[in-house]
Design a protein around this ligand. Structure first.
Ligand SMILES: NC(=O)c1ccc[n+]([C@@H]2O[C@H](COP(=O)([O-])OP(=O)(O)OC[C@H]3O[C@@H](n4cnc5c(N)ncnc54)[C@H](O)[C@@H]3O)[C@@H](O)[C@H]2O)c1
Length: 255
């Protein structure tokens, strides 16, 4: 193993869904810095331009594909377009998502369909479409986005926890089904990382103090700390890891 150059992704073709979000943008830029060609998908053209601007100095191919994942039929088109733009797909970061915070008894069927649609159904179909392309090369790396909610029953997150628990289980099955083609499937499960998704929660000082008290490392995570784990899983260093959910949460789940 070339330990010194583990994160050399020159020639690799990467699709990051949710690539215009806080974490997704960091993943895209991390792969760009390591030499990969990158497509980000998302809904916000202006935000996409900012991410592409951060990537461009690294000198490879970077494109934005607009795609609203609430219409799951769009996943096939997004993957197809990515493959045309990059000439294939080697690595998929299946990252788009959002959460709904309310007591279970107040959740509506519409909440359920929307959240499960974007956080579980879309990643499933995106992975299946990308795997078709990866199978042709007999190599691929799929990294889904789970959460500490995959493993815990935090109040007011019933639908989100259902989706993220589903992501962890889905990750195992897809890893098992596609291992023969050297496609590894893993998930990263971040703890609290300040982002658009968590900003409302964190700006409440009392709530923030309460959350920090439960994190042994005593601080929130940083986008780059999640990105580094993704790079590792996609690198030769991660080639014997599959079906796993890797918790990156400052020790939040220790007790
Ligand atoms: N930030 C955290 O603390 C944290 C913790 C655990 C898991 N996560 C997971 O990370 C991902 C969110 O990342 P973030 O924290 O950077 O939040 P974010 O809100 O900044 O990014 C979310 C991204 O998902 C995209 N997205 C949402 N709905 C979409 C749709 N219908 N179609 C296409 N794209 C859509 C958004 O456009 C955005 O780019 C989610 O999967 C979330 O569950 C985040």
């Amino acid at each position: 193993m070339d330990y010194k150059n583990l994160f050399d992704f020159k020639g690799k073709k990467v699709l990051v869904t949710g690539g215009t979000g806080t974490l997704g943008a960091e993943f895209a830029c991390a792969f760009a810095e390591c030499g990969a060609d990158v497509v980000i998908s998302g809904r916000d053209l202006q935000r996409a331009e900012e991410v592409l601007k951060r990537c461009r100095p690294y000198g490879n191919t970077y494109e934005f594909i607009k795609c609203d994942l609430s219409d799951v039929s769009m996943t096939a088109e997004m993957v197809k377009q990515t493959s045309v733009v990059l000439g294939g797909i080697d690595i998929l970061c299946n990252h788009a998502g959002f959460s709904i915070r309310k007591p279970a008894s107040e959740c509506t069927e519409e909440d359920w369909d929307k959240l499960i649609g974007i956080d579980l159904k879309a990643p499933f179909f995106t992975a299946c479409e990308a795997a078709k392309i990866m199978k042709e090369n007999k190599w691929g790396r799929i990294i889904n986005t789970a959460s500490v909610s995959s493993a815990r029953g935090h109040k007011n997150l019933s639908i989100y926890a259902s989706a993220k628990g589903g992501i962890s289980q889905m990750t195992k099955v897809l890893a098992n089904e596609w291992a023969e083609e050297d496609i590894t499937v893993n998930a990263v499960a971040p703890g609290y990382v300040p982002s658009a998704q968590t900003s409302d929660l964190i700006k409440d000082e009392m709530k923030k103090k309460e959350l920090l008290a439960k994190i042994p490392l005593g601080r929130f995570g940083k986008p780059e700390e999640i990105a580094a784990a993704i790079l590792f899983l996609a690198s030769p260093g991660g080639s014997y890891i599959t079906g796993q959910t890797i918790y990156i949460e400052g020790g939040r789940l220790i007790d």
